[in-house]
Design a protein around this ligand. Structure first.
Ligand code: TYD
Length: 217
């Protein structure tokens, strides 16, 4: 059996990832494709505990390296326990945030740079997304969409931090245009979902024709 597709969603806080992930799951189901939905940090019982530590507003003294390792620890467990087994069973996996989030939040936002790539290479055992949808939204617009009392430790960061994060995302868009697909998220839910649908249909056609060629060989 061939491996399932690994799809990730990225974007600033408040960019509407959760809604779009639900829409994509529905689209895949229409086409008879079973999708596993999961998220980071979290996605496993251990990962959810790590998530609580990371996002707790009372943990203001957390060192940036500690933060980067905690995200990577949650990811290591997630890859080993959920993502790899699902892909190997031929299922499609849709993940709300993955390594790219660490590259931009810890690498750019916290200024840890390439150390974040090194830590994560170890954590993910070579796993990379087949496609990543970047819901592109100016950071202030994202921040304005989240109520102040509901903001977690990361969302409480100054706008300068979120601007750096956004700059990191734009760098990824420039460096990996094939995989890292930017979608203008300042539009209506339906418009954003429509664009993701177009990309996804193209991708599925490509995957199907590759499978046909493999069978003929
Ligand atoms: P998320 O669950 O997407 O938050 P929300 O559901 O509120 O949109 O992510 C939690 C926060 O963690 C978010 O601010 C982004 C941050 N984050 C990192 O800094 N590094 C990472 O590797 C990941 C996965 C998330």
């Amino acid at each position: 059996m061939s491996e399932g597709l690994f799809i990730t969603f990225e974007g600033p806080d408040g960019s509407g990832k959760t809604t779009q992930i639900q829409r994509l799951k529905a689209l895949l189901e229409e086409r008879g494709i079973e999708a596993v939905l999961t998220r980071e940090p979290g996605g496993t019982p251990i990962g959810e505990k790590i998530r609580e530590i990371i996002l707790d507003r009372e943990n203001g003294e957390m060192d940036s390296l500690t933060e980067a390792f905690l995200y990577a620890s949650s990811r290591a467990q997630h890859v080993a326990q959920v993502i790899k087994p699902a892909l190997e069973a031929g299922k499609t996996v849709i993940c709300d945030r993955f390594t790219d989030s660490s590259i931009v939040y810890q690498g750019y936002g916290r200024g840890l740079g390439d150390r974040v790539r090194v830590i994560n290479q170890i954590a993910v055992q070579g796993l990379e997304p087949d496609v990543t949808f970047f819901l592109k939204l100016p950071p202030q617009t994202g921040k304005d969409r989240i109520k102040a009392e509901e903001q977690d430790r990361m969302e409480l960061e100054k706008i300068e931090f979120h601007n750096e994060v956004f700059h990191g995302y734009e760098e990824l868009e420039r460096m990996e245009p094939e995989r890292f697909i930017a979608v203008d998220a300042a539009r209506s839910i339906d418009e954003v979902a429509g664009e993701i649908r177009l990309h996804m249909c193209r991708l599925l056609e490509k995957a199907e024709s590759e499978m046909k060629t493999e069978r003929q060989e």
